[in-house]
Design a protein. Structure first.
Length: 343
């Protein structure tokens, strides 16, 4: 059957979706996730046990860094639960998201899910993607043109250089945004549950740290933990869309092209898959958000061939190359402000 004959039966994405379903790539991988969740939770628990055993010492800063890595790996699993990748039951997936997000990591599952779903619906859309909305950094030419404050203009000029240092505060920002969302009542479905779980996390975290460590060491521990968590989280998500096509207001793209043209994959083997929590298959993830993480590599082969047949640009690069593209894009956006400053 030719590509034109297939497309006649439905949209380009509908045809691809039938191929993916025929390959059984949307089936749940319960055993895989049981092992992955158990291993990640054991590692997370082991870090806390090591923390208690180490006692009041400056060596705890090394444990804080490891805890930042473990927290991010847990957050990746919460991400999978939020996308309904783990179980068939929505309630079971939501339970994973709530327990991991609110209780163990300290992020509001409901707030994140709402924000993330809006991003998935309109990736890199100037008006509708919250991930490129107004923030300290400028992600579009319109944001650059709107910068009026002296400090914000200064940051935008050198935002490529400031990107990774500013990620040190991303973890704290996520915690603050989570609490603010619950206070404002934006999350209604699990609001009471999230209040209980998030409060338990905050009280347990602070009590544990300050009971084991002296006040100065405790504050240093929290700073390192949250900085590593923020850098790791930001570094995992940054390669995915920054520097890819931006959809202007009024611009129309079908679902397949909207997801593929705005996303970037990161090539690599099993270590890259583990390091980035499967987000390195960003194109496939955006096309099929509920596809279990271990099925993404198989789906990639279908998507690459399908895009090639329809002459749709499919972007994949190395991890270093993805950062270079993202930072290069941010640096280019800040160029007009640097020229203005020199004139």
């Amino acid at each position: 059957m030719t590509a034109s004959t297939e497309t006649a039966r439905g949209s380009d994405f509908a045809v691809l979706s039938r191929q993916v379903r025929a390959a059984n790539l949307l089936r749940r991988r319960g055993r895989h996730y049981a092992v992955r969740i158990s291993a990640t939770l054991l590692a997370f628990l082991a870090v806390w046990v090591g923390f208690v055993l180490a006692g009041d010492t400056w060596y705890q800063l090394g444990i804080a860094a490891v805890l930042g890595l473990a927290s991010t790996q847990l957050a990746f699993l919460g991400h999978d639960g939020g996308h309904q990748q783990v179980y068939r039951s929505r309630r079971a997936n939501d339970l994973i998201g709530l327990l991991i997000g609110d209780l163990l990591v300290g992020l509001s599952f409901g707030w994140w899910l709402d924000k993330h779903n809006r991003h998935h619906a309109n990736p890199n859309h100037e008006e509708h993607d919250p991930d490129i909305g107004e923030s300290v950094l400028a992600f579009t030419t319109a944001h650059i043109a709107a910068r009026t404050g002296g400090l914000y203009r200064l940051i935008a000029r050198y935002q490529a250089w400031l990107f990774f240092p500013m990620l040190c505060f991303e973890g704290l920002q996520l915690h603050v945004a989570s609490v603010r969302s619950l206070i404002q009542g934006n999350q209604r479905r699990y609001r009471r549950t999230e209040w209980v779980l998030l409060s338990a996390h905050l009280l347990g975290y602070l009590a544990g740290v300050f009971l084991v460590l002296s006040p100065v060491k405790a504050l240093a521990f929290i700073a390192v933990h949250q900085a590593v968590f923020g850098i790791y989280m930001g570094s995992a998500f940054a390669p995915n869309h920054k520097g890819m096509a931006v959809i202007a207001p009024g611009q129309q793209l079908d679902f397949l092209r909207r997801q593929v043209l705005t996303s970037r994959n990161v090539r690599g083997g099993w270590f890259t898959d583990l390091l980035l929590g499967g987000l390195n298959y960003q194109i496939e993830h955006h096309l099929f958000p509920n596809m279990p993480r271990p099925n993404l590599p198989k789906a990639q082969r279908l998507v690459v061939q399908y895009c090639k047949e329809r002459q749709i640009s499919y972007t994949e690069t190395s991890l270093v190359g993805s950062y270079a593209a993202a930072l290069g894009y941010l640096h280019e956006l800040g160029a007009p402000l640097r020229r203005t400053a020199r004139s």
